[in-house]
Design a protein around this ligand. Sequence first.
Ligand SMILES: CC(C)(COP(=O)(O)OP(=O)(O)OC[C@H]1O[C@@H](n2cnc3c(N)ncnc32)[C@H](O)[C@@H]1OP(=O)(O)O)[C@@H](O)C(=O)NCCC(=O)NCCS
Length: 169
Amino acid sequence: MTLAGEFIYSPLEERDIPELANALHSELVYQYIGGMPSRADFDLWLHLSIAGPPSEATGERWLNFTVRLAESREVIGRLEANIHDHLAELAFLYNPRLWGCGYASQGLLWLQNQLRENTSVQSFWATTHPENQRSSGLLQRQGYVRVPTQGVPTLYTYDSGDHVYKRSL
Ligand SMILES: CC(C)(COP(=O)(O)OP(=O)(O)OC[C@H]1O[C@@H](n2cnc3c(N)ncnc32)[C@H](O)[C@@H]1OP(=O)(O)O)[C@@H](O)C(=O)NCCC(=O)NCCS
């Protein structure tokens, strides 16, 4: 568990799932990331995230964190990094009630610092739906540059038509 300013970041655990559902199981959160899952599928995705990459996914490492407000301990979002091929694919999901406060930006900064300090990845990548302006705005404010999809390395979070953003270290 890490206390960073107003936030607590901790590795995702099974016991976080009900609180994460309160924060994130909503149409707004899933509007641009595949559509609203059933509650069972929401839980299943987190169970699989905690279990880690399947054995055939050689070389992949998944890092998942739950984000809480330090003062109230309220769960407000989650961060993930899929590390492979000397790069990290990053993703961030926050409670819509708290969008517009800069919390996700601070979470992304924290995650990038973790990766710089604890891994040897050489670049950060993120994929977003073209209409997901909050996500692309966050990435651009943090120095990510949109790159042409032709020639990018394999990205497991990429869906056809996504915009791809990269930040080199
Ligand atoms: C993507 C997502 C995390 C962005 O959340 P967000 O709150 O808009 O992002 P930020 O933390 O960068 O906040 C930016 C807003 O806070 C404001 N802000 C206030 N203090 C700030 C600070 N210290 N730093 C940055 N922004 C700050 C900005 O001006 C901006 O305001 P605006 O929305 O009125 O333009 C959120 O929309 C989300 O969870 N979406 C659903 C999941 C998703 O699609 N994830 C992306 C793909 S994995």
